[in-house]
Write a protein that binds this ligand. Sequence first.
Ligand code: C2O
Ligand code: CU
Ligand code: CU
Length: 526
Amino acid sequence: MTGALPRRRLLALSAGAGLVLGTGLGAPQLLSGAPRTGELVRSRLPLPQPFQVPLPIPPTLQPVEQRPDADVYEIVQQQARQQILPGVDTTVWGYQGSFPGPTIESRRGRTTIVRHRNELPVPTVVHLHGGRTPPESDGYPTDLVLPVGSDHDQQAGHGHAGPMHDPDAVISHGAATYTFPLEQRASMLWYHDHRMDFTGPQIYRGLAGLHLVRDDEEDALPLPAGDRELPLMITDRAFEADGSFRYPSVDPTLRTTPGVQEPYIEGVFGDVILVNGAPWPVHEVTGTRHRLRILNASNARRYDLALDPPPPGGHGLVQIGSDQGLLELPRAHDRLPIAPAERYDVVVDFGRYPVGSTVTLVNRLGTGSTAQVMQFVITGTGVEHSMVPDRLSRIEPLQRSQAARVREFDFRAGTVHGRHGWRIGGKPFSPTRIDAAPALGEVEIWRFVADLHHPIHLHLVNFRVLSRGTGGPSPYDGGLKDTVDLRPGEAVEVIARFDGYRGRFVFHCHNAEHEDMAMMANFAVT
Ligand code: C2O
Ligand code: CU
Ligand code: CU
């Protein structure tokens, strides 16, 4: 290993690893309370008061063309100035120049075609997270879209020489077209950058947007809709004195060396919590049910969300869906732990509070500025049109006995090309190595083991959590997922059917710093 981790860090990392070896699995509580998933980067300007800025709702993107069987969209990836902190201009890299990007709304089974033009100074890749997408449109990390006007010589510099060269990469110049069949359940997906080795800083600068898939099953339910359905994309960021985003890249030009400076290799935390790109926003609601569609789009920060105060009687957060759409039955919670890339679909009944109250969405894992997320102000009574039905959906059961095989992967710190990084099964990511080759349509159980917290995401498929440690899934693991948060020293089993499309897909840790520092691997559906 080269470089020196601060000793405290090194101890923390080896303690995590040692626990797994020394005590066996299923003892996460030994480390609970302790484990962080990142290191705080502090802003170099004064932070604003919370709950001053109204909650922005990203605009819905209009198609440029509607074909009988498909909607066609165009997105320009560009640099722009945006006021994120009041009175301060921040340069963002945004889809249509904004952070978050515009929201795309699609119908299940209706093809969505998105043409992306890259006017940024670096290569990009677009991935639709949670999309059941053929491999050529899934945003494989080396399928780079080079900046408009870049010449062929630049290709060598932007690709990955040596161990990272990928002979199968499809390089586009200036623009690329992604086709999403969206043969999948209604759910809230998100699109974000996925450039090999530089996903963390490129999402951090703003390359993330929401993509809602609707279907008839969901439309038939009397859920809160219209302005009572609120997408909430939660991120944390830090700012430089000049208002730019502060991110500790080894190479801030994002051209050569990937990764972050050593103190931050566990992940980058910011001290400002943004919802839909606004710091600790406030939103006025009537005392009625509202549907909150929550995404943690932070690079590394996990949140434990709760309502403060809770409504009388508690259980204020009624979960109706998870990453991949509706649950079978609603499930009421007092808190919602959420790791990067996870989603919750939740109904909150503000009618349980007196008119005039303020209700804060808090983060019980945060301290100081990061302990609060946003605030709701209940301004009137309002007419209630919605309810949460007793049964929401049906989900095909998958039994352990249906699995053709069990695979095991472990996720831990390790050396990556001579530097500190993160590995799966002891190996750093290589585009040319396939670590699993499930047959199309086959059911498999994947067993994950972790040293620290790692939110593990599979492309293409959805899965169910079968077990955590020696027990069953947690109350928050319900429904169909595409990302599961592993806890330190814990083994988690998930079961998935590998259907949809044949081809090469990635699975990886969605702590974006871990992902960029090699915690990614390939599976090929054959
Ligand atoms: Cu949200 Cu491979 O990504
Ligand atoms: Cu994904
Ligand atoms: Cu990780």
